[in-house]
Design a protein around this ligand. Structure first.
Ligand SMILES: NC(=O)c1ccc[n+]([C@@H]2O[C@H](COP(=O)([O-])OP(=O)(O)OC[C@H]3O[C@@H](n4cnc5c(N)ncnc54)[C@H](O)[C@@H]3O)[C@@H](O)[C@H]2O)c1
Length: 349
């Protein structure tokens, strides 16, 4: 088993991210983490039905929410809080989020506000949540005014990342996670980007052409710790997004706008990929992008993952949809622009 250690100095908080192979390992880790505490599991109907993780867990201990971004709202939070009261949870209890980014963000938020804070254990079940949303403590919900506009920072007590969840993921969910991994590669390291480039060639040959799913799951899971490390290093420097953490929003300002405009037909990760591409084009226009080779490399990796970078909306529509984005500074919409692979900078729209 591999383990990464994350430490937020300002809050004197630290926790571990464990990487596990299968549900049998995961079940025993969860049991030892619960350590006799009262607890509730939160999941969505897809994870509950499609994976066999919950086979031996009593249903009355589980909040099963409808699946999808459109349910990342107050109603779902109320369901988690009501169940927590029914089960007599208190501050010595623990909430266990078993799901993708939507369930992770909502369980984190509900556990932050329940009795002013109970611990949460994040068990990410999508590739995107493994490499990104389960780590770093951002939690929240969407409103009609925009995505993630209500929320709080609440670092998990533990993150348990298990490969077996990849087996039941739809292909587009692998692509969503791969987009965030490409983002980490662009932000963090030439090495990780190179590994992703190599993997993307194999992905194209072995998965798209030969449909060898198990091989792809093994290869992609082996890259997860490297990708999480890039996020972890950034979060450790700047938990509350006052400086470098904002770089993790690369592609998100455009991406969130496209998600909203498409009524969430464009999922988060694919929106991020399209958003990264808009940022690259904008960086080139402004003379910030230092060379054309990096642009080509980014385009190739997404193309090998069969992710379309096409933007179906006009820039005017996107700018209007950006109005409520949190990523503003002094009233101006903030963009992350790409200088080269491994280096980005802030800019205004
Ligand atoms: N907190 C953060 O730092 C952070 C970072 C990135 C993204 N996010 C948030 O994460 C969300 C996106 O996360 P996501 O892409 O995981 O979406 P998601 O949680 O909606 O999951 C995607 C789909 O996969 C299904 N699913 C999940 N696990 C499965 C499994 N193992 N097998 C089969 N189906 C499964 C879900 O039911 C859902 O239909 C967005 O709301 C975004 O804002 C948060």
């Amino acid at each position: 088993m591999k383990t990464l250690h994350i430490s937020i100095d300002q809050k004197k908080i630290s926790y571990e991210i464990d990487f596990l192979e299968n549900f049998s390992e995961l079940h025993s880790r969860i049991l030892s983490e619960i350590a006799g505490r009262n607890h509730v599991f939160v999941t969505d109907e897809n994870v509950f039905e499609k994976t066999n993780f919950f086979t031996n867990i009593p249903k009355e201990k589980i909040v099963i929410l409808p699946a999808g971004e459109e349910y990342k709202n107050w109603e779902s939070i109320t369901k988690i809080l009501d169940k927590s009261f029914e089960m007599c949870l208190d501050r010595s209890s623990v909430v266990i989020a078993i799901g993708g980014g939507v369930i992770g963000d909502m369980s984190g938020f509900a556990s932050r506000i329940f009795m002013r804070g109970v611990p949460v254990i994040q068990v990410p079940t999508t590739l995107l949540s493994m490499v990104d949303s389960s780590v770093g403590g951002k939690t929240g919900i969407d409103t009609k005014h925009g995505k993630n506009l209500i929320g709080a920072f609440h670092q998990p007590e533990k993150v348990l990342c298990c490969k077996q969840f990849l087996q039941t993921l739809e292909f587009v969910e692998l692509q969503n996670g791969l987009s965030e991994m490409v983002k980490h590669g662009i932000l963090g390291s030439e090495d990780h980007f190179k590994h992703l480039e190599n993997f993307s060639e194999k992905f194209k040959e072995n998965f798209l052409e030969k449909n060898n799913r198990i091989e792809i799951e093994n290869a992609v899971f082996s890259l997860v710790p490297e990708s999480v490390s890039i996020k972890k290093n950034i979060v450790q420097q700047d938990e509350q997004e006052k400086g470098v953490r904002g770089f993790l929003n690369l592609g998100h300002t455009y991406g969130h706008a496209m998600e909203l405009l498409s009524n969430f037909e464009i999922p988060h990760g694919i929106g991020v990929a399209k958003g990264i591409w808009q940022s690259v084009i904008e960086s080139e226009k402004r003379g910030i992008l230092q060379n054309d080779i990096d642009k080509k490399r980014i385009e190739n990796v997404f193309s090998n993952f069969n992710i379309s970078l096409e933007n179906p909306f006009s820039l005017k529509e996107i700018e209007e949809a950006m109005v409520h984005d949190k990523k503003k500074k002094d009233g101006k919409i903030r963009l992350i622009l790409v200088k080269k692979i491994g280096e980005v900078e802030y800019g205004n729209l």
